[in-house]
Each structure stands twice: as C-alpha cells, then as structure tokens.
Design a protein around this ligand. Structure first.
Ligand SMILES: N[C@@H](CCC(=O)N[C@@H](CS)C(=O)NCC(=O)O)C(=O)O
Length: 232
C-alpha cells in the first residue's frame, strides 16, 4: 500500500497518473496547501520542504520498514523502479527518459509555475516578469514540440517523462500559450489526456478539491513564506 500525500496541483497529478497507470494500491491523504496543511508536523516529517507530493511505501522492495519520499521526480523514479514500468531498463533508454524528466523538473515546471505566479496571482502586474515567464514557457513548449515531431512520446514509449510534463501543459491557457501553434505538442497532449488512467487521475482531483480557487487567505499562506516559515 502506498500513502500519497497530495493536493490537486500539477506536481500532485504526476503521481496519481503514475499510480493509476500502474494499478498500484494507494490511499490519498489530502494536504490542502491553500489552508496550510503543508506545515503540519506529520507532513513535515516526511516532506521537510513543505511541498506536495510525498509518499510512504509500506511495502518497499528491500523488505524493510516504511519508506518515505518527497519531490515528484524522485517519487516517479522510485515507483517506476518498484514496478518495473514506464522507465526503460536499458542504459540508453533509461537515461534518455531521466534526462527529459529532469528537463521537466528543472525547466518546464519552475518556469510555468513562475508564469502562473506573475500572470495570475501577483498583486501587481509586472510586465517584465510576465513577459519573461510567458516567453520562457513558450520556448520550452517549442522544445517539446520539436522533440515530438518524429516520435509519439517524449522518450521512447509512454514513460514517467510524459507523466511529469503533461500536468504542466494542462493549464496552457493560463500560461498564455496557444496549443494550435505547437501541433506536435497538441497531438501528444490529446493522446495523453485521453488515456483512461489520466482521466481517472484528474477525476480523483475533482472529487477531492471541489473549489480549486486561490483566494486571498490562500495567497497569504502560499506566497508569504520565508526562512522564518521554515525555522518556526
Ligand atoms: N519540486 C517539487 C515542487 C513541489 C511543489 O512546488 N508543490 C506545490 C504544489 S504544485 C506545493 O506543495 N506548494 C505548497 C506551498 O507552496 O506551500 C516537486 O516536484 O515535488
């Protein structure tokens, strides 16, 4: 059994997609990041960065005690290795997939996240910041579009690289991106979107978070953090 500490955001969706695809038994523990659940001591004990997602595997392959992990990329690699799925075993295929997973973790996710922040949530609309992140998101979309020109998925067969990137393309309109101008990316997006496991993962999110709006109280929880938040 896997305990998934989760909220209904792109980094959370990555893990429900994997778990649904692999058919692993899991329990969701909602961590409402808009109301501050990410600062509860039980969550911080497994996720010291106060960010979702995190997992606890009660049946790790080494037969030892429960194994906990935070960081969505690390969780995807762990689950892929645990199940022997969605990450090729051969040297070249494995590293091609991990390379694109890292591209998402270090590039697409953080840049699209800053795009959301400055375009939608920031109290002041700063043209330089908005332009910077909209353009950088567009550049990353173009990289993915080019990559997908001659292959159906990001790295070989459908893999954890696709599962990591897809949830960050879902809010493309909020990122001021037009999928019509990225035809290969659009075709891939629709293929992943229509997978039954992906549909199930997004349905779970809807069942858990019926009001996914970020109000002023949530903004002060999410965007007022500093070193003091961690030291408290
Ligand atoms: N690099 C981390 C990022 C995780 C992350 O940023 N999670 C967000 C939701 S998508 C969160 O928990 N935010 C809570 C907060 O900002 O306090 C990962 O991929 O797991």
């Amino acid at each position: 059994m896997i305990d998934l500490h989760y909220w209904t955001t792109p980094n959370g969706h990555k893990i429900t997609i994997f778990l649904e695809e692999a058919g692993l038994a899991y329990r969701i523990h909602p961590v409402n990041i808009a109301t501050g659940d990410q600062f509860k001591p039980d969550f911080l004990a497994i996720a010291p960065n106060n960010r979702i997602p995190a997992i606890v595997d009660h049946d790790p392959a080494d037969g030892g005690g429960p194994l906990s992990l935070f960081e969505s990329g690390a969780i995807l690699i762990y689950l892929a290795e645990k199940t022997g799925t969605f990450l090729p075993a051969d040297l070249r295929g494995r590293h091609e997939t991990l390379q694109w997973l890292m591209w998402q973790m270090g590039g697409l996710g953080p840049m699209a996240g800053q795009n959301h922040h400055f375009s939608i949530y920031a109290p002041e609309k700063l043209p330089y910041a908005i332009d910077r992140y909209v353009k950088e998101t567009g550049r990353l979309y173009a990289v993915l579009d080019k990559r997908l020109a001659d292959r159906p998925f990001i790295a070989g067969d459908y893999s954890i690289a696709d599962m990591a990137s897809y949830p960050w393309i879902v809010p493309y309109e909020r990122q001021s991106q037009d999928l019509e101008t990225f035809p290969n990316l659009k075709r891939w997006f629709e293929t992943v979107r229509d997978r039954p496991a992906v549909v199930r993962a997004y349905q779970r999110a809807k069942d858990i978070n019926t009001e996914p709006t970020v109000n002023d109280a949530a903004k002060s929880v999410l965007f007022g953090q500093s070193a003091d938040t961690v030291r408290r």
